[in-house]
Write a protein that binds this ligand. Structure first.
Ligand code: NDP
Length: 402
C-alpha cells in the first residue's frame, strides 16, 4: 500500500497522475492537490474515464508549510511528488520533514525574485533528510532526469572515463500557435533569457543569452539550430562524473520563437522586476504568463516529435569512444494516450518512474540525491516499457559544434 500526494495540476501533473494511476498496484492511493482545485478535478475526471481509477483531490497553497504538512498527514502520504513550480521546492521539503514523508521533484529551487536556479539550497537539506530517515530525489523529469540517467548508464556500461557531455534537447513539433512555451511560461522564459553557461576544465564559462548556436541533424526531426544555454543538470553532473572535462547543454528554437522572445524582452515584458500599474503591483513576466497559452492546452493538434539525448565522448579500455543516446517522442501519440503534449509527457513519465523506484525500495537511501547517484538499470528498463524507449549509436564523426 503506497499513498502518494501529487502537488500541482498543470501540464506535467496531468501526465504524472495518469501514469501513476496506470500503475495502481504500486500507487494504491493518489491524492492530487493544487492551488486551483478545479484543475485537479479535471485531471481526476480524465483519469477515471481513461483508467477507471479514482484520484482524490484537494485545494492547497504549497507555500503554506503548516497547511501542506496537515494535508500530507491527513492523506497519509508516504511520498510527495512536487510538480508545482520550483518556487515551492523548499516549502514542500520542509512540509515533508514535518510530516515524515519522502519527496521528489523535477526542477531545482529558484527564488521568485531572482532568476537563479542552483542545487545549493536543496543540497543543504541533506543532513535533515538523512537524520529523519527520509529520502528526497531531485530532478526526476527528462532534463534534468533522464539525461542524468543516460550519463549514469553510459558511465556504467560504455566508458571507463567520460570526458565530454553534450546534452541536446530538440522539440521539432508544431502546436500551431504564434508563440507559446511547452512548460510553465514564467519558468521557461526566465531560463532562456539568462546568460548561457557551460563548464570546461574546472570552471564555468559564461556567454550572452543564446549567443552560441549551431545546426544539428536530429533523427526523425531534421536539421535544427540549437543554442547553448545553462541548464541545471550540468551542476550535479559536474559533481558526479569524476573525469569530466567539459559539459554543455543545447536546446533548439525556431526563428519565429526567437523573434517573439526578442521583441517581448525589448519591450520589458520578460522582466521580473515588479512595477505599479493602475495602483496595483504587477510583475511583467507573470502578466505575460497569464495571457500566453497554458502548457496543458497545447496538446490537441500538436504535430511532430521531440528528440532529446546526450552525446558523450571519453575512453573505454584505453581507446577513445563516442556514444549518443536519445529518446524520440511523438506529440500526437502522447495526446492520444494521456491528453498531453510531448514535453509534459517526457517530463511526467520519468517522474512516475522515480516515484515508483522509491516506493518499491529499489532506489531508497535517506538523504537528498540526484538521479544519477543511483543504479540506472531499473530506470532505463522502466523508460522503455512506459512510453519512452531510448536508442543508442556510436558516432564515427566528432560532435559538430563551434
Ligand atoms: P504549469 O504551469 O502547467 O503547472 C504548474 C502547477 O503548479 C499549476 O497547476 C499551478 O497552479 C500549481 N502551483 C503553482 N504555485 C502553486 C502553489 N503555491 N501551491 C500549489 N500549487 C501551485 O507547469 P508545468 O506542468 O509545465 O511544469 C511543472 C514543473 O515541471 C515546473 O517546475 C517545471 O519547471 C518542471 N518541468 C521539468 C522538466 C524536466 O524535464 N525536468 C520539463 C518541464 C517542466 P495554478 O493552476 O493555480 O496556476
Amino acid at each position: 500500500m503506497s499513498h502518494v500526494l501529487i502537488i500541482g495540476a498543470g501540464g506535467v501533473s496531468g501526465v504524472v497522475v495518469h501514469k501513476c494511476a496506470a500503475h495502481s498496484d504500486v500507487f494504491t492511493q493518489i491524492t492530487l492537490a493544487s492551488r486551483t482545485k478545479s484543475k485537479c478535478d479535471a485531471i481526476a475526471k480524465s483519469v477515471h474515464e481513461r483508467l477507471g481509477v479514482i484520484v482524490e483531490t484537494a485545494q492547497i497553497d504549497a507555500d503554506d508549510v503548516v497547511a501542506t504538512t496537515a494535508l500530507i498527514k491527513a492523506c497519509k502520504a508516504e511520498l510527495v511528488i512536487n510538480v508545482a513550480l520550483p518556487y515551492q521546492d523548499l516549502h514542500l521539503m520542509d512540509a515533508c520533514l514535518a510530516a515524515g514523508a519522502h519527496y521528489l521533484d523535477t526542477a531545482n529551487y529558484e527564488p521568485i525574485d531572482e532568476a537563479k536556479f542552483e542545487y545549493k539550497w536543496q543540497w543543504a537539506y541533506r543532513e535533515r533528510f538523512e537524520k529523519a530517515g527520509l529520502m528526497a530525489l531531485l530532478g526526476s523529469g527528462f532534463d534534468p532526469g533522464v539525461t542524468n540517467v543516460f550519463c549514469a548508464h553510459a558511465a556504467k556500461h560504455h566508458f571507463d572515463e567520460i570526458h565530454t557531455v553534450d546534452i541536446m534537447d530538440c522539440n521539432g513539433g508544431d502546436h500551431g500557435k504564434a508563440f507559446a512555451t511547452n512548460f510553465n511560461p514564467e519558468i521557461n522564459i526566465r531560463e532562456i533569457t539568462q546568460n548561457g553557461r557551460y563548464w570546461q576544465t574546472g570552471t564555468w564559462k559564461e556567454t550572452g543569452p543564446l549567443e552560441i548556436h549551431t545546426p544539428f541533424d536530429f533523427a526523425e526531426v531534421g536539421e535544427r539550430e540549437m543554442y547553448l544555454m545553462y541548464h541545471e543538470e550540468m551542476e550535479s553532473l559536474v559533481e558526479h562524473l569524476p573525469h569530466l572535462k567539459r559539459i554543455r547543454f543545447w536546446m533548439t528554437f525556431g526563428q519565429e520563437y526567437i523573434t517573439h522572445l526578442r521583441v517581448l524582452s525589448n519591450v520589458g515584458m520578460t522582466s521580473i522586476e515588479p512595477l505599479q500599474y493602475e495602483g496595483k503591483e504587477i510583475v511583467p513576466l507573470q502578466f505575460l504568463k497569464a495571457v500566453l497559452p497554458q502548457p496543458e492546452s497545447l496538446g490537441e493538434g500538436y504535430q511532430g516529435k521531440t528528440n532529446i539525448g546526450c552525446w558523450i565522448e571519453g575512453v573505454k579500455d584505453g581507446k577513445e569512444k563516442r556514444y549518443y543516446i536519445h529518446n524520440i517522442c511523438d506529440h500526437a501519440e502522447c495526446f492520444q494516450e494521456v491528453g498531453s503534449q510531448a514535453i509534459s509527457y517526457t517530463t511526467g513519465v520519468p517522474t512516475m518512474i522515480g516515484a515508483r523506484l522509491m516506493l518499491e525500495n529499489i532506489w531508497k537511501r535517506p538523504g537528498v540525491w540526484n538521479v544519477e547517484q543511483f543504479d540506472p538499470d531499473p530506470f532505463m528498463t522502466l523508460l522503455s516499457t512506459n512510453g519512452l524507449p531510448w536508442r543508442e549509436t556510436f558516432p564515427t564523426e566528432a560532435h559538430p559544434t563551434p
